[in-house]
Design a protein around this ligand. Structure first.
Ligand code: PHE
Length: 508
């Protein structure tokens, strides 16, 4: 067992005294500050060489009123003195006037309880009469005197004054009671039996210029570092766990040869819905619980695409589709909204990059008018991607998605048929979570329909997919409540080790 010099110092003192010592006593005996003693105590106790106990000490001192009484005497003493001076009897009203109403009440109360005075009727007036003069200092006065010399531990108050002390304590602000915690350390048997060598050997913890220059370092014993010694936690700056995942997702996409794209949060309904062949009267637009902008309400359409999109919605144009068979309105497409999915961003990109190869992704914010609960947020993130090329296929898409999630540690991914207005065929990917014994919905996916690609002038097949980031984050961080990511609980954020995602996903 290697001991730090500070541990040796403290351990030696304890062994020499072979009894319980307070931290203060040890600080005194070793000439070290309390902080160092506490540190050494923590290390020594973790090695089983000492035990540390916490005791409570009741400390008693003078309160504000008590300090005044030390100067002027207790009210009942003042009353007695007053009465003595006038021969033992005084009109009650006069005594009240002389002492002041407040002090008078306290004085009468206590003097009467002790049997020093009586209140009588005499010649048509009420008087206070001194019956007995307290001999010398009475116990309460002795307590005050004792405490005027500084605060004391309750146990130090002599037994015969204990009662007076407790009685004074019932009077407002006369005494001040405090509880002080003291820490006591005791040597364990293990320390008492420890090889003295271990405590005596002088070790050098720091190499100095002199030691190096003189060659003295060859002769001294250098102390070892104990890398397992407990230490206060250090909270270094770090990324929020969700940002950590976003970074990881970017890395994975980059490894797979994707480039990142971004698009506006405030989007035209045209890109969010129309370009994706979602009919204007379709509940999908409400189903998505869209946040529409009040101001400005409308944006400008990409004019060169308007006609083609209109035709495809109304009749299907030359796509081989019959379209939706309704009258498409430009006004509806011009409405501004907060994008409800990042597919708005990929389709926007596609309209400007019509020639293969296209291999891009986005991890970004989206908005839906959801009631916030453990499973839902109104503002969250989606992972999205598209691939366009000569030879891409639906099967290729399945493989790509499998590979992507495998890189995130989800090895058991399956696909089920699904429906989206803009893809055919459509599927959804789910992953089995071993810990939770449940299936997690990862993404929606498919091949963009001709009704989507043709109006943009895209000739090749486009694979597309998109899905939530937060639910994936819940699974990877093993959490249950999606709100955890957004309530900024510093303790929680600090509690997440920096490397945990990489470890969980098997990337380190
Ligand atoms: N946009 C869909 C969603 O928000 C996911 C999706 C993207 C589906 C691309 C198919 C193709 O759930």
């Amino acid at each position: 067992m290697a001991l730090h010099w500070l541990e040796k110092l403290v351990a030696k003192v304890l062994r020499d005294h072979n009894r319980a010592l307070t931290f203060e006593e040890v600080a005194e005996l070793t000439g070290r500050d309390l902080g160092s003693v506490a540190k050494a105590a923590l290390w020594l106790s973790s090695k089983g060489l000492i035990t540390v106990e916490e005791h409570e000490k009741k400390i008693i001192g003078l309160g504000v009123e008590g300090a005044v009484y030390v100067d002027q005497g207790l009210p009942e003493r003042q009353l007695v003195t007053l009465l003595e001076r006038v021969g033992g009897v005084m009109a009650l009203t006069e005594a009240e006037e002389k002492l002041g109403a407040e002090k008078f009440n306290i004085a009468i109360n206590w003097a009467k309880r002790r049997g020093w005075i009586s209140i009588e009727k005499s010649g048509g007036r009420v008087v206070v009469r001194l019956l007995e003069r307290p001999a010398g200092d009475f116990p309460e006065e002795r307590v005050l005197k004792l405490l005027s010399g500084g605060e004391r531990e309750l146990d130090e108050i002599p037994a015969e004054l204990r009662e007076a002390c407790l009685s004074l304590a019932t009077r407002p602000n006369v005494l001040d009671m405090k509880v002080k915690r003291i820490h006591v350390m005791k040597p364990t048997q293990k320390l008492l039996e420890l090889d003295s060598e271990l405590l005596e050997a002088v070790e050098i913890t720091r190499l100095t210029r002199e030691l190096l220059a003189s060659g003295g370092w060859r002769k001294v014993k250098l102390s070892r570092f104990d890398v397992f010694a407990p230490s206060p936690p250090a909270f270094a700056a770090k990324r929020h766990p969700l940002q950590e995942l976003i970074k990881l997702v970017r890395e994975v996409f980059a490894e797979m040869g994707f480039e990142e794209i971004r698009g506006p949060l405030v989007e035209l309904a045209f890109w969010n819905f129309d370009a994706l062949f979602q009919p204007q009267d379709h509940p999908a637009r409400e189903m998505h619980d869209t946040f529409y902008l009040a101001e400005p309400e409308m944006g400008d359409l990409p004019e060169h695409l308007v006609d083609a999109v209109k035709v495809v919605h109304e009749t299907g144009g030359d796509t081989g589709s019959t379209g939706w068979g309704y009258r498409w309105r430009e006004e509806e497409a011009r409405r501004l909204l907060l994008r409800t999915h990042t597919t708005a961003t990929t389709i926007r990109y596609l309209a400007e990059h019509r020639d293969p190869p296209v291999k891009v992704f986005s991890v970004d914010r989206i908005y839906r008018n959801e009631r916030v609960d453990w499973k839902h947020l109104a503002e969250f993130h989606q992972i999205e991607g598209i691939v366009m090329g000569e030879n891409v296929s639906f099967r290729g898409l399945l493989g790509l998605i499998k590979e992507f999630y495998a890189k995130l540690g989800l090895k058991n991914v399956r696909f089920r048929p699904s429906y989206f207005p803009y893809t055919e065929p459509s599927a959804e990917a789910v992953a089995y979570l071993e810990d939770k014994k449940t299936w997690l919905e990862l993404i929606g996916m498919g091949v963009f329909r001709p009704e989507v690609t043709r109006p943009l002038g895209v000739k090749q097949r486009v694979l597309a997919w998109g899905g939530g980031l937060e639910r994936l984050a819940l699974a990877l961080y093993d959490l249950d409540d999606i709100r955890t990511f957004y309530i900024n609980d510093l303790n929680w954020i600090r509690s997440i080790p920096g490397m945990i995602l990489k470890r969980r996903t098997g990337r380190v």
